[in-house]
Write a protein that binds this ligand. Structure first.
Ligand code: ATP
Length: 205
């Protein structure tokens, strides 16, 4: 089973890296592809340019053998749709179940994503807790219908290879890239909220 974790990572912070680490541990994943979005379909222009966002993720995960930086959305022309990304993974790793990871806030937005039915036909979804977010609306309905416990995912995959939703309780870290961009704007330190390479990037000059 392969984990796929997308985001804007503007910039990457320890909330992202703990999510990837704890979901991988809970589900017993040996590999997680981190996929920075080039042109995020759901939001405005990022603060950091795509090359810097990729580079900071690469340097932040350099010591973690389970994590792979995946720049496929940057190599693609046009908007980065998760459905297309998952289709590429499915073609590259035939027969290998895919698990798309996200925080609860992102999960609540999932029903509005481009080709969401295709997403659920290609992967399971691991939903991590995030302070301030609980399942709502259509996402809460999907969770109730498709929920499977982490320990049962491997069994569930045998009869339903995709489209299961697995809630994963992770360490609650109330950190967002939006808050960090505010800190950057005010000249405040990011130390201990982000990996060292990100601290160094913003303390240069
Ligand atoms: P922004 O504040 O710019 O929206 P963000 O901090 O939410 O950014 P994203 O790159 O948008 O980060 O998020 C990528 C993924 O990481 C999403 O699925 C989001 O839910 C999850 N995530 C981000 N921060 C946390 C956190 N502190 N705890 C749990 N999940 C998180």
């Amino acid at each position: 089973m392969i984990g796929i974790f997308g985001g804007t990572f503007d910039p990457v912070h320890i909330g992202h890296l703990r999510l990837a680490t704890e979901v991988a541990e809970t589900l017993g994943l040996s590999r997680v592809h981190l996929v920075p979005a080039a042109i995020p379909p759901h939001r405005g222009e990022p603060l950091l340019d795509p090359t810097t966002r990729l580079d900071l993720v690469a340097r932040s995960i350099a010591d973690e053998p389970r994590f792979v930086l995946d720049d496929r959305e940057h190599r693609r022309v046009g908007p980065s749709y998760t459905a297309d990304t998952l289709a590429e993974f499915a073609a590259e790793f035939p027969g290998e179940p895919l698990v798309l990871m996200m925080g609860m806030d992102a999960f609540n937005g999932l029903p509005g994503w481009h080709e969401v039915e295709r997403i659920l036909d290609l992967a399971h979804i691991a939903v991590a807790t995030r302070p301030g977010s609980q399942a709502e609306g259509k996402a809460a309905e999907w969770l109730a219908e498709r929920r499977v416990d982490p320990a049962m995912l491997a069994h569930a995959s045998a009869d339903a290879p995709v489209g299961r939703i697995v809630p994963v309780a992770i360490t609650r870290l109330d950190i967002s890239a939006t808050t960090l961009r505010g800190f950057i704007d005010q000249g405040r330190s990011l130390r201990y909220l982000v990996p060292e390479p990100v601290v160094r990037h913003f303390s240069r000059g």
